[in-house]
Design a protein around this ligand. Structure first.
Ligand code: AMP
Ligand code: MG
Length: 413
């Protein structure tokens, strides 16, 4: 494709900027049990009510000492014991040491713990021969998390590593943003529901299934309105219903310029929608805007394009709408292409690739093969997008390209 055909297209960056600038995050929050909060997004900063650890304690099984006592003596009698859960009680005479176990509170005045492997027990007591440093083997109060510090900022999606951290602070309830409600439907006279026999000219409705799976991974509440025929009246009613039920409505199909592409016509009647021709491949046609209440995204019908535009545009939009401010776009890495890649200048291309580390420890990538926007198997064969810059042409084997590994929306790893 030459530049005359692509000059009116908007870039992915411009499209993302518009999406984020025109929309605002949900503000409705709810308080839920920490144990039910995995995958939810925090509505407030989580502040630590306590110090972690809550007191100075020993990192080793050994002996607690005062350095001053060691200046005079090499051997110190053992004056008592401190165990995890049971502190040393009573007077600690000068020129003595305390037997201490991992996790036990540090006796007041101690300034180091010597591990038992470095101590020799004699008739008089414990003999210290290794050099001892001030503070060694002492875990100090608040060293992990100081009291009143922000443990997780507002806008964090609660994960496996974060929830135990919050639990360790004694917190049992969290304020989260309510789940985003997303209504979905697909359009096309040719679409047959999964599980029904195919009649002549029909295909299975794979987009609605794919979109639903991705929405579930993003923690949205999905309202499935089914597959709709290419009928202006039905579409009109579906948009009106979806608008009442959801924060965001996502359709697939009917957004290009074919004869049965009614989505555009209806949206002009019911909302304020822009039709974008994106300078990306696959996925040129994409619609975005507002119905009376809900936001709207119209994905292209071709399944590869529908998934790609969802991944690259709807995923960041949903993060934004859900208040997931800590969301990060996929990381791009350099890799050496081991196969030639077909490409014409003009659009940012997201080819599907298979990336791996070679024998020399370098990241390599190869194509999954045919890159047509109807070849859905390219997603299951691949593990990454090969991202080829807009102006780039054919890639020869051996050239460096950028890749983005598929995240949890596309692959379980
Ligand atoms: P459209 O954007 O409606 O012109 O559709 C473009 C192509 O995608 C056509 O080949 C459609 O049959 C196909 N298509 C549209 N919707 C779906 C769907 N939900 N699942 C699978 N293929 C679809
Ligand atoms: Mg169609």
């Amino acid at each position: 494709m030459d530049h005359c055909h692509t000059s009116g297209l908007i870039s992915l960056e411009q499209a993302l900027e518009k999406l984020l600038a025109q929309t605002a995050p949900l503000i409705v929050t709810e308080t839920i049990n920490l144990t039910e909060s995995a995958g939810r997004i925090t509505a407030t900063d989580i502040i630590s009510p306590i110090n972690v650890p809550p007191f100075d304690n020993s990192a080793m099984d050994g002996y607690a000492i005062r350095l001053a006592d060691l200046n005079e003596n090499e051997t110190l009698p053992v004056a008592g014991k401190a165990l995890a859960g049971t502190a040393f009680q009573g007077e600690w005479p000068t020129d003595s040491c305390i037997r201490i176990m991992t996790g036990a509170p540090i006796p007041s005045g101690a300034d180091a713990v010597v591990m038992q492997e470095q101590v020799e027990i004699t008739e008089i007591g414990a003999r210290f021969t290794s050099p001892v440093k001030q503070g060694q083997n002492i875990r100090t109060i608040g060293e992990d998390i100081p009291q009143n510090s922000i443990v997780l900022p507002k806008g964090t999606k609660l994960s496996t590593t974060q929830l135990p951290l919050v639990a360790a602070l004694g917190i049992t309830k969290v304020d989260v943003i309510r789940k985003l409600k997303v209504a979905i439907f697909s359009t096309g006279d040719e679409l047959q529901a999964i599980g029904e026999p195919l009649q002549t000219g029909q295909i299975y409705d794979t987009n609605r299934f794919a979109v639903r799976l991705m929405l579930e991974k993003l923690g949205c509440e999905v309202i499935d309105l089914g597959a709709l025929p290419d009928s202006p009246k039905t579409l009109h009613n579906a948009f009106a219903e979806a608008d009442k039920l959801a924060d965001l409505v996502i359709s697939s199909g009917g957004v290009s310029v074919g004869e049965a592409d009614y989505t555009k016509q209806i949206l002009d009647e019911v909302g304020k929608i822009s039709f974008w021709k994106l300078a990306i491949k696959p996925g040129k046609p994409f619609a975005f805007g507002k119905l009376e209440n809900a936001w709207f995204c119209g994905l292209p019908g071709n399944p590869v394009s529908a998934v790609l535009t969802f991944y690259q545009l709807v995923q960041p939009l949903i993060a934004h709408l859900s208040g997931f401010t800590e969301w990060k776009p996929p990381m791009r890495l350099n890799a050496k292409s081991t196969t030639p890649l077909k490409k014409s200048p003009g659009r940012l291309d997201f080819q599907r690739g298979i990336a791996a580390i070679n024998q020399d420890g370098e990241l390599e990538v190869r194509t999954t093969g045919h890159q047509g926007s109807h070849i859905f198997s390219s997603y299951s064969l691949g593990n990454c997008f090969i991202v080829l810059e807009r102006e780039r042409g054919h890639v020869e084997a051996g050239e460096t390209v950028q890749i983005e590994f598929f995240n949890h929306l596309l692959k379980n790893q």
